[in-house]
Design a binder for this molecule. Structure first.
Ligand code: GLA
Length: 386
């Protein structure tokens, strides 16, 4: 991203220099899908795509937010707290939510002018929204010199709550946590029940994560995610447990036999229970540098998301299938919420170009449009640039 150009745009828009800049990355999840809101484990990395926010303090308490990726800017009083309501333009609801949550947390905010620029594909399954929330939080905290006021994990929870309440998206904690806690060369093993973390080595330069964006967003995406959450909750009620993390395959089978659990709950529960185990096994495999072993778990994860959790689609299945036939691929799976979006392919770095060409050509031949593709290593979570 060209920071000098962004500084110029800031100057043109606000008539003065920016005081500072912060960044927050997008993410791709290596394994552990639809487990975060079931109190399970996830294993994402922060990717080399990010949202940058330039900011300048104001004398009053107004927040002005503009983005190179949006036509319309937004303004509201940062200290209005609960009086900050979701509104138009919709993209700024992430900013409104974060400001409201920081206010509730009693962080003394100061007025700011903010300009965002992002190369995280919007709505493409790489958590562009979490990177916007976290970039907003960092800009507000930096302007108010209040970083110490909110510990990292708490900040992730506040950003998640902002998305839940202001963007009407019932997401779990994964995206916001990795956008803050990501580390270069590490994947983040996050225990979503106890909110504890372990940084797992993912720094072999010969291995890359390839992100394949299908550019597909199926209609069902928004409602489908909420429905899956509700099905998981129902499964818990039938089994009298707090979260699917507390279930195992035996309990599920027992309840199925008793007639308490039936389709779709039983399938959703099976996915979550096995996916949590695959995530723990995956972290161990990665730590040992066993990419073959990790890749096999990725394929199992994809099958489970396709057949049990039913959140894949033809385009994602096609990417996984075509990648699986390429030399140098360890494993592949859909990543994120599903119903379109991205797949991730774990591959040998020296084969990545060939793999990319094959997967793209197969995809284009079948669906009539090319996916976009980039390779990434694990990078750092949000930071202050200057
Ligand atoms: C979306 C949500 C996350 C998580 C994934 C599925 O990305 O934002 O919280 O639930 O789906 O693993």
């Amino acid at each position: 991203m060209d920071i000098e150009q962004l500084k110029d745009t800031f100057r043109q828009r606000y008539g003065r220099e920016a005081d500072g800049a912060v960044r927050a990355p997008g993410r791709v999840n290596l394994i552990g899908e639809h487990t975060d809101y079931n109190d399970g484990f996830v294993l994402p990395i922060a990717v080399e795509r990010e949202t940058v926010a330039l900011y300048a303090r104001r004398e009053d308490e107004e927040g002005n937010f503009a983005s190179l990726q949006a036509d319309e800017p937004a303004s509201f009083t940062l200290t209005a707290g609960p009086a900050i309501r979701p509104g138009k333009p919709a993209w700024a609801n992430y900013c409104r939510g974060v400001a409201a949550m920081l206010f509730r947390e009693e962080v003394p905010l100061v007025g700011v002018d903010v300009l965002f620029s992002s190369d995280v594909p919007l709505g493409g399954g790489l958590s562009s929204s979490a990177s916007l929330e976290v970039a907003t939080a960092y800009a507000l905290l930096a302007a108010a010199e209040q970083f110490k006021a909110v510990p990292d994990m708490r900040l992730a929870q506040l950003c998640q709550e902002a998305e839940n309440k202001y963007a009407d998206s019932p997401c779990g904690l994964m995206d916001q946590a990795i956008a803050i806690l990501g580390k270069k060369g590490r994947a983040l093993l996050l225990d979503c029940r106890y909110r504890t973390t372990r940084q797992i080595h993912f720094d072999n330069p010969d291995v890359v994560a390839m992100v394949v964006d299908t550019h597909v967003k199926h209609e069902i995406a928004a409602g489908g995610y909420a429905r899956r959450r509700a099905e998981c909750l129902r499964a818990c009620e039938h089994m009298h447990i707090k979260a699917l993390r507390d279930a195992d395959l035996q309990t599920i089978a027992g309840n199925e036999g008793d007639g308490r659990l039936s389709y779709p709950e039983v399938h959703r529960a099976r996915h979550v229970v096995t996916e949590i185990q695959r995530t723990l096994d995956g972290a161990q495999a990665l730590e040992a540098g066993d990419y073959e072993g990790f890749g096999k778990l990725m394929y199992r994860s994809h099958e489970s998301l396709r057949d049990q959790f039913e959140v894949s689609c033809d385009e994602l299945d096609a990417v996984v299938e075509s990648a699986s036939k390429c030399d140098g691929v360890y494993g592949a799976r859909m990543t994120g919420g599903g119903f379109g979006g991205c797949a991730i392919v774990l591959a040998r770095a020296d084969k990545a170009d060939d793999i990319g060409k094959t997967v793209s050509a197969d995809f284009e031949q079948r669906f009539g449009h090319a996916p976009s593709l980039f390779t990434t290593h694990a990078t750092d979570g949000a930071s202050v640039l200057w």
